[in-house]
Design a protein around this ligand. Structure first.
Ligand code: ADP
Ligand code: ZN
Length: 681
């Protein structure tokens, strides 16, 4: 059975409500202020550069000849060597009067800026040249070294990249924010919780108890939680403490998320929904930070509900994985969760609901009083529950007259609520594909087959020989199960390939809570019936029995080591309900016992196989008839078996009667007390 979980509204990505949106704007503004400061600084610097001193002349670049000439004439007052690469030449009084007669020098005898510049090739040669040129001059000028920083180009050199980086960054952040839906996307908010908030105004919590079928006990218990949120005083007045956490335990697809959502809908309070794996990120410390953020968000919205789906992602028992040496990040996330749950008062109006399908592997600290001290079991629906779930999901469908909910509920043992929702949807799609106006019974049956076995693969290439082998294999299952008292009665057999199996036999499991040794043994025989038929008819066996063998082996192991159904091993169970066995490298039994277990398991399987062979040898005739019919028609039903082998002497009519009685009782209950429903709602 595959648990095709339909996507619950919990993961709806189009949720508008985002608790941590408004922190982008102020940041952006501050960044612009900084930009202004830079701009002003730049303007001031440029201004300073131009602010000036007075006497200036154009700075002409001169060549060596001119320089030498002026030096020889003694017209130069000083030479400043800037950063050892440019020479700035200042004329003295004499030179100025020759070249710039109208310029009046400053009080030191020079102009404010150099009169000429000269590019130096080699420093040594330049010095030599200056010296030589002045050999006949009475008071020669010497070269002064000046180290000058070019502020402007330096500042621009780092302002521009800085500005670019800031602009780039702003663009990037805006883009990210837009792509990922605001706050949750940017790098700053990686430590923020990923919880989706369903609010009164977002009107998405329109799930109420009416949408949850069955689960009566769970509803009663969770009703109390609604009451805690609605009238806390009623309980706190007497000094009672309101529970902080409620754990929903049950197999996947049984409606845990749905139930939690309906609580929020019933109590009409905000509902934070997230999955345990949302806390997990590759960065260390993020999980703990997200927990903190989640709880502070929740407290600001109290009264409200936090729903953590799949809490086992963070809530596994700590420090038990011997091989990996523990997952520190997960542990610190869990510790933070524990701290937060201890931290808020019992009357703060925040209730944490969590769902898991394995309560046994959770850390004991999570389950102790004051945390998740209440556990609500959400089981797979029984026949009455299934009928009600069908009713809920058929509400919006256009049904044909022949659709019988009782019949469908009987046909779907072991289905979860999610499977049933899936069946209804598949049936609608199938009817639409065939262009029907209504969905009829056959569409539902096809949908059930499809959910169990996958899509039919009519075009898979199978040779006639293979087809024959498959037909005998499936007929073997059908025959053995028909002829064994405790095996499940068969509904139908097909040899149309589906999913990755080549053929399939459908049984109608009885709804039993405990299974006897005899029943298990008969099931093993029926499971081995496929391979046994190949052996009996063809004298050789094939690989087609892989999944049968796997199933039988597991079952035999469980019988011997878990259920204490083996004489040799005795009433001992090596089952560990705490789930910590997975981490242990050693087995809880000795080598000798291990040998005995192996021996007993193979003995059990061998015995079942021989039994199957003997049944099929005795009924070779019927088996062949059945297989031939299968090859011709590809599908056979229980009625065909009845014609070949006769009625089952122990046709479990008792069982049928019980089921019908249950359905009838449920019907009269809901007819007699319609007001009760609305009172709860
Ligand atoms: P879980 O959280 O236990 O894995 P969900 O609550 O997500 O399961 O259930 C998945 C879907 O299955 C729901 O959205 C709903 O359509 C359907 N479903 C499951 N249980 C029920 C139920 N008791 N009544 C009605 N629908 C159900
Ligand atoms: Zn098989």
């Amino acid at each position: 059975m595959n648990n095709n979980e339909t996507q619950g509204p919990g993961n709806n990505p189009n949720q508008p409500a985002q608790p941590n949106q408004p922190n982008q704007k102020p940041n952006g503004k501050r960044r612009f202020n900084i930009m202004w400061i830079y701009a002003i600084l730049a303007i001031v610097l440029i201004g300073l550069n131009f602010l000036g001193r007075d006497a200036v002349t154009p700075q002409e670049e001169i060549d060596q000849g001119k320089l030498i000439e002026m030096l020889k004439k003694g017209e130069i007052g000083k030479i400043e060597l800037v950063n050892r690469e440019d020479a700035e030449v200042y004329l003295n009084q004499k030179g100025l009067s020759v070249y710039f007669p109208e310029v009046i020098p400053n009080s030191d005898g020079f102009t404010a800026t150099p009169n000429y510049t000269y590019k130096i090739g080699s420093l040594d040669r330049f010095e030599e040249m200056v010296e030589n040129a002045q050999q006949e001059v009475s008071n020669p000028v010497y070269i002064t070294n000046v180290r000058r920083n070019n502020w402007m180009s330096d500042i621009i050199g780092w302002i521009i990249p800085l500005v670019l980086i800031v602009v780039f960054y702003i663009i990037l952040m805006r883009g990210m924010g837009r792509n990922m839906g605001g706050g949750a996307g940017s790098i700053f908010s990686i430590g923020k919780s990923r919880a989706q908030l369903y609010d009164k105004n977002s009107s998405s919590v329109n799930v109420t108890f009416k949408d949850v079928a069955g689960l009566e006990e769970a509803k009663v218990e969770i009703m109390e939680v609604v009451d805690f949120l609605k009238n806390p005083e009623k309980y706190t007045k007497l000094g009672g403490k309101i529970p902080k956490g409620v754990l929903l335990v049950g197999p996947p697809g049984t409606g845990k998320t749905l139930l939690a959502k309906s609580v929020a809908g019933e109590a009409n309070v905000p509902f934070f929904s997230l999955s345990g794996s949302d806390f997990v990120e590759m960065f260390v410390g993020v999980g703990a930070s997200r927990v903190r953020d989640l709880f502070s968000n929740a407290k600001s919205k109290a009264p409200c509900i936090i729903f953590i789906d799949e809490i086992d992602a963070i809530g596994r028992a700590r420090g038990k994985s011997a091989i990996t040496g523990g997952n520190d990040e997960r542990e610190s996330t869990l510790n933070q969760l524990l701290t937060e749950m201890d931290g808020f008062g019992t009357n703060s109006g925040v209730i944490v609901l969590a769902a898991t399908n394995r309560a046994d592997i959770l850390d004991k600290a999570l389950l102790r009083a004051g945390r998740f001290d209440r556990q609500i079991y959400v089981e797979l629906p029984d026949i009455v529950g299934r009928k009600e779930i069908f009713e809920v999901h058929m509400r919006g469908l256009k049904l044909g007259k022949d659709v019988d909910k009782d019949f469908l509920a009987k046909q779907t043992p072991g289905f979860s609520g999610a499977d049933i929702a899936n069946v209804c949807n598949e049936a609608a799609l199938m009817a639409a594909r065939k262009g029907k106006e209504e969905i009829d019974k056959q569409d539902f049956l096809d949908a059930v087959d499809r959910i169990i076995g996958g899509l039919e693969k009519k075009n898979k290439i199978i040779t006639p020989e293979e087809k024959k082998v498959i037909a005998f294999h499936e007929a073997g299952h059908a025959t053995t199960s028909w002829l064994l008292q405790y095996a499940h009665p068969l509904v139908k057999v097909t040899i149309v390939p589906r999913g990755n199996s080549l053929g399939a036999a459908w049984y109608l499991p009885e709804e039993r809570q405990i299974t006897t040794k005899e029943q298990m043994y008969h099931e093993m025989i029926a499971t081995l019936g496929g391979r046994a038929a190949e052996q009996v008819i063809f004298g050789q066996i094939s690989t087609g029995a892989l999944s049968d063998l796997e199933k039988v082996t597991k079952q035999a192991f469980a019988m011997v080591t878990y259920y204490g159904l083996d004489d040799e091993i005795g009433n001992i169970s090596y089952y560990d309900s705490t789930g910590q066995q997975d981490y242990n490298l050693t087995k809880p039994y000795s080598e000798k016992t291990a040998e005995t277990i192996d021996k007993e398991v193979s003995k059990l399987i061998e015995k079942a196989y021989q039994e199957a062979i003997s049944i099929l040898t005795d009924h070779r005739e019927g088996l062949t008839q059945l297989a031939t019919k299968l090859v011709e028609e590809e599908v056979i039903f229980g009625e065909d078996l009845e014609r070949i082998f006769g009625k089952r002497p122990w046709n479990n009519s008792e069982d049928e009667k019980l089921k019908d009685a249950a359905l009838k009782a449920a019907e009269s209950r809901s007819e007699n007390q319609p007001e009760n429903e609305s009172q709860n709602a």
